[in-house]
Design a protein around this ligand. Structure first.
Ligand SMILES: [Zn+2]
Length: 166
């Protein structure tokens, strides 16, 4: 078992790209027909790796080194999700194929985003899928295809039924 990185405290996660990373990972995961939803966690740049898969838990770890490099971030997500499919298929981890899959995922993601843009335009709402979203902001647009992927919706301050008891 490879050693997993040490997780950063959530307050230190790179929030500018956390939503993108989670959305891309969930999209790639679903596209690969892997079960459930992967959880993206962050570790401090260690100079040794950009990402790692926890295949037992179905979690993808990303280095904060990726925070200001979206291309490399997406490539890493595609790479790690490919490893998840290798794990599912009981295949040996193959770096060459994973690297190719990472490159390919860049194109797939671009197509996916272009498709979302087209749908948004068709619905009359011109919002870009990843524009003007900041963690903690009230994001109440009527059209939000990725709403179910946002970490924010799983936080305690998410809206609740008014008279709910817990
Ligand atoms: Zn790899």
């Amino acid at each position: 078992m490879r050693e997993l990185p040490v997780e950063l405290p959530v307050a230190e996660w790179p929030w500018a790209v956390t939503t993108l990373a989670q959305a891309a990972a969930s999209f790639a995961w679903k596209r690969a027909r892997l079960p459930g939803v992967p959880f993206v966690r962050w570790f401090a740049a260690d100079g040794a790796r950009l990402g790692q898969l926890d295949e037992a838990k179905g979690e993808i770890w990303l280095s904060t080194e990726l925070a200001d490099n979206k291309t490399e971030l997406l490539r890493t997500v595609g790479h790690e999700v490919f490893h998840a499919t290798q794990h599912r298929d009981h295949a040996l981890f193959n770096e060459k194929s994973a690297t190719y899959a990472g490159d390919r995922f860049l194109e797939v993601w671009d197509e996916h985003i272009a498709d979302l843009h087209a749908k948004a335009a068709a619905s009359g709402v011109a919002r870009e899928p990843f524009q003007r979203y900041f963690a903690g902001s009230a994001f109440d647009a009527p059209f939000d295809p990725l709403a179910d992927l946002k970490l924010e919706s799983r936080r305690p301050h998410a809206a609740r039924a008014r008279y709910a008891y817990e």
